[in-house]
Write a protein that binds this ligand. Structure first.
Ligand SMILES: [Zn+2]
Ligand SMILES: [Zn+2]
Length: 67
């Protein structure tokens, strides 16, 4: 699964075949709601944002040039 913001591998450990899987770091991270506005609607809640994009967004939330 690739990060919807940068297109790189998000290293998401979430297994879509097993909805009970909570192994991914993203289950324990808090995402600012604004970051989801930068994800194409069809990818929201499907693709995992990578840690790099989350950190970049936290450091500079007004930047929209992550692509
Ligand atoms: Zn990313
Ligand atoms: Zn994940």
């Amino acid at each position: 699964m690739n990060c919807p913001l940068c297109g790189k591998d998000s290293n998401c450990g979430y297994n879509q075949a097993d909805p009970a899987s909570t192994r991914c770091w993203c289950f324990h991270a808090s995402f600012p709601p604004e970051i989801f506005e930068q994800i194409p609607a069809e990818l929201r809640k499907k693709a995992c944002i990578c840690q790099t994009c989350l950190e970049q967004f936290r450091m500079n939330p007004s930047r929209t040039e992550i692509s």
